[in-house]
Design a protein around this ligand. Sequence first.
Ligand SMILES: *[C@@H]1O[C@H](CO)[C@@H](O)[C@H](O)[C@H]1NC(C)=O
Ligand SMILES: *[C@@H]1O[C@H](CO)[C@@H](O)[C@H](O)[C@H]1NC(C)=O
Ligand SMILES: *[C@@H]1O[C@H](CO)[C@@H](O)[C@H](O)[C@H]1NC(C)=O
Ligand SMILES: *[C@@H]1O[C@H](CO)[C@@H](O)[C@H](O)[C@H]1NC(C)=O
Ligand SMILES: *[C@@H]1O[C@H](CO)[C@@H](O)[C@H](O)[C@H]1NC(C)=O
Length: 693
Amino acid sequence: MPPARNRNPSPIPEVTWDTGSKEMNETWKGAIACLGVAVFFVMTIGIIYWQVVDQPNKNWILRGTLSGLIWERRTHSLVIQTLEEDRTFVEIDVGNVGNPDTEVPFVRNLCWLNKTEFCYTWDSVADVKISLEQREDSEAECYSMAWAPVHCHVELKSCFSMANVSWYGGAGVRGQTWPINDQDVPMQPFVVSDLRNTPSGFGSVLERYFLGSSGVAVLVPPDSPLQLGLDSRQQFCLQSRPGLERPLLQYTVCVAPHLRAAHQEAQQQLLQSSRELPSMKALWLPFWKLLTNVDSGQKVERELRTFSNRLRRHHLGEGVISLNEHSTTLLSEMDHDFLSGRKRGPSKRLTRDLPLVKLLNISITLSPFLGVDSPRFHSSLTDGTEAYWLSLPSTPQGKLIPIMSRWRGNFCVKLNLTNPGAVSWFLDRLGSLQAHLGMEYVTLEGGEGNLFEEQALRPPPALAGDKYIELLADLAARMGDSTVMTAATRSSHKPLFVRMTPLQSDWSSLGLKAVIPSLLHHTLLGYNFLIPDAVGGSLSGEPVTDEELFIRWLELAAFLPVITFKTPPWVCGEDQLLNLTRTYIWKHQKDVVPLVEKYAEEWQMTGNPIYRPMWWLSPTDPFTFTIDDQFLIGDEVLVAPVVEKGAVQRDIYLPDGGFQWQDSRSAQVFDGGTFLQDYPVPLEHVAVFFRRS
Ligand SMILES: *[C@@H]1O[C@H](CO)[C@@H](O)[C@H](O)[C@H]1NC(C)=O
Ligand SMILES: *[C@@H]1O[C@H](CO)[C@@H](O)[C@H](O)[C@H]1NC(C)=O
Ligand SMILES: *[C@@H]1O[C@H](CO)[C@@H](O)[C@H](O)[C@H]1NC(C)=O
Ligand SMILES: *[C@@H]1O[C@H](CO)[C@@H](O)[C@H](O)[C@H]1NC(C)=O
Ligand SMILES: *[C@@H]1O[C@H](CO)[C@@H](O)[C@H](O)[C@H]1NC(C)=O
């Protein structure tokens, strides 16, 4: 029998206790439960409050000596500020890592042992690694950021705010502006394209470099595919292209006390090899585009002779006559006839024509395209040199199929610049043209764009992105120091000239008003030796008829590295215009070329541009950030041309820098930091000021 349990060991009467306990329990339970709920509630609110309200919106990630990097919780952005938080250098919106609607309350450094590195993972989106570099010899501090997508569908994007910061650099666009804040360009691959075919693209000169007026430089390494978009006045965005290789989005942000220092730091980082100067002889002579539409070499030759006689008759001095690609082809084919003619014995043409061409300074135009109807292309298909042309990947039978494209209205193939045989064939062809025409200058057109991507083909790695134009610049540098490219990237250190994109013949921001922004854009990126567009603009192909436009353009062009003409002054105006043209050509040779030569040496040593924006002299004066109609040559001459129709006066800002400025015409002296309102600039003059120490 199981032992009976003592059910009632307590001396206290069960019933009484029980009853009392029961009554107490009911009340207490309620109270305790209420209290518990209340405490829990308060704690929850507390935690939420701590998380949402009380926790600082800013989260210091890295600290240097000049600046620090902050995570802004509310806006999903990285902000670089001075340590005192009194100045913001840059605000980078990285909102697309993760769902922009969910807050990332706190970012914890996963590389927490290292004070100069920061790592973080956004779940299932991206890893970021940021490292801070401080160098002893520089005032700048650089943050290198590398975003790695976690899977292949992630499109990484970083947007740099343009609020309160003027930005410069990047790529040329049609209707260049200075700064770039007002540009509006949809997100697209950041590669050099031909602006004549793709007016909304990026073109002419392009570098993966942006400079902000708060003293910030953004540099993107060359090899990863990159897309860029600009939302006018708000931000510009760098974006990776998602893909199986999961490309990183990488960039370095350098901050410095002011924007000139930031630019100089960026130049240090961008320089791959020593800077070489092109032939300075080219600056002396004006370039005259030969306007001709003839169909044979003999006729080109006759036009050349007539044109050169006209130049002589109008006392316009020596000049270089530029031939377009069509005329070049006609002339070189004439040489071909001449060569075969010589075998038959001396012809009349031999003694009469060729020496004259040789006596002129001419510039010819070539491109890496070859017509599919040309004999050379046909022979390459049979003599085993079809790899001279860009081809589709070879078929299993090993047959190469050259890719066909269009160039200037003709079906063409394009030179394979990764093929050494093709490059030497091109150089040989150039050598024989040189022997027959004796030209001093060659313009290389047609390197823009990516033939593969245009035809939705996958480019081989050696020709991805804008590598073709880079290879073409290598070829151009092998041709000598007098070659003109129509576009360029990563080649500002090579001894080449770059030709400005053609402009409209009007006063708009696609015409005369684009000249100075374009000049400043080119030289900021290191392309100082630029051949500006012809006086009066050359986009339309029609002669310029507005004489005032011609004069104002001429006055500006006289201060550029080279003067070029398409419409000759005797076509646009009367004797007075010819006289003015002579005056400004002479002024260019006497005053401007020596200055350019002087500052070319400085550029070679320091990388400082020859032509400088106003902020170069007072980089902390916000007034200078948006001046787009004045420029400096070196730091001693300030040029302020008139770019408004009908104006005979303009506003001029003389930057401060602790010195005075003297008007070259009236010899009047002004203090730096002066704003001259409605300063008189008569039609036949340009406002030019010399710096006085
Ligand atoms: C921090 O990281 C940098 C860059 O990776 C490295 O050079 C440095 O030695 C690291 N420092 C420490 C204390 O780990
Ligand atoms: C721009 O600057 C003004 C004045 O300094 C300031 O009030 C404003 O908040 C700034 N805007 C941004 C987006 O930083
Ligand atoms: C012009 O041509 C002549 C003769 O070919 C040559 O000696 C001279 O150097 C050329 N000048 C320039 C600036 O190219
Ligand atoms: C260019 O030429 C090289 C060398 O012959 C060859 O390997 C390559 O496939 C060619 N590239 C293209 C795109 O045709
Ligand atoms: C040409 O210009 C010069 C200097 O500006 C001037 O002295 C001369 O009278 C002008 N000649 C003509 C024909 O206008």
